[in-house]
Design a protein around this ligand. Structure first.
Ligand code: KIV
Length: 250
């Protein structure tokens, strides 16, 4: 497989080819995802929970993200590595946004970054793209705003809420993002956005009609003790398998 670029991701939409993407947080899991020919690996700030054991995505720092982004970049030969920008690494100012996105590319080895928000962060996206840093947007349920949203619930259920998310999607595309993650919005809304945008939508908990899908590595592998979210199919229960190996070894 060739090295995947943002153009390849955009081309999936033009050729009507549905695609699957996955998160990864270390060298070994990046190698596995890459070997499965998955074209895009997101080093999500979900690393906050999966790698560092925090309760939400809020505490993870730039230094902690850089460690996992570097490991994934070393493990991925072909997939496009997208690094999530952690909470407070882009909200304070445009300068902060450029510096931190630049570090994820320059030191982390990522090929693109992901930021949460729509209209509100249009300027941040524009500036990054203008400086040659590709951006994947993320709208709908944005976990870095968990307190503002009063929890992790489906977004865009009212007509006002849906309109706001459509406006956000259009803003993200107009700002120059190469794609957008739609997290936990009703399928009808995800379909409308997917039909409106020229860039691919990548859904999670948003039904089956997006151009691509994304899931968290640990959720589909059954790697953690907790049950995965409703939208994540667990293909294995690696937690139990690994526990069993430890017991046998002991
Ligand atoms: O951090 C993450 O893993 C994400 C995906 C769930 C889209 O943002």
């Amino acid at each position: 497989m060739k090295n995947i670029t943002i153009q390849d991701i955009k081309d999936f939409k033009q050729s009507n080819s549905k695609f699957a993407t996955l998160t990864a947080y270390d060298f070994n899991s990046a190698q596995i995802v890459d070997a499965a020919n998955i074209p895009l690996i997101l080093v999500g700030d979900s690393a906050s929970m999966t790698m560092y054991g925090y309760d939400t995505t809020l505490p993870v720092s730039m230094d902690e993200m850089l460690l996992v982004v570097k490991a994934v970049s070393r493990g991925s030969k072909h997939a496009l590595v997208v690094a999530d920008m952690p909470f407070l690494s882009y909200q304070p100012s445009i300068e902060t946004t450029i510096m931190n996105a630049g570090l994820l590319i320059k030191k982390g080895g990522a090929g693109a970054v992901k930021l949460e928000g729509g209209k509100r962060i249009m300027e941040n996206i524009k500036v990054l793209v203008g400086h040659g840093i590709p951006v994947l947007g993320h709208i709908g349920l944005t976990p870095q705003s968990v307190h503002q949203m009063s929890g992790y619930s489906v977004q865009g259920k009212t007509s006002d809420g849906a309109k706001k998310i459509i406006d956000d999607a259009v803003a993200v595309e107009n700002a120059g993002a190469f794609g957008v993650v739609l997290e936990c919005v009703p399928e009808k809304l995800a379909t409308a956005i997917t039909n409106t945008l020229n860039i691919p939508t990548i859904g999670i908990g948003s039904g089956n009609t997006c151009d691509g899908q994304i899931q968290v590595f640990h959720d589909i592998m059954g790697l953690s003790q907790n049950s995965p979210p409703k939208h994540a199919k667990q293909y294995s229960k690696l937690y139990d398998a690994m526990l069993d190996v430890c017991k046998q070894y002991k």
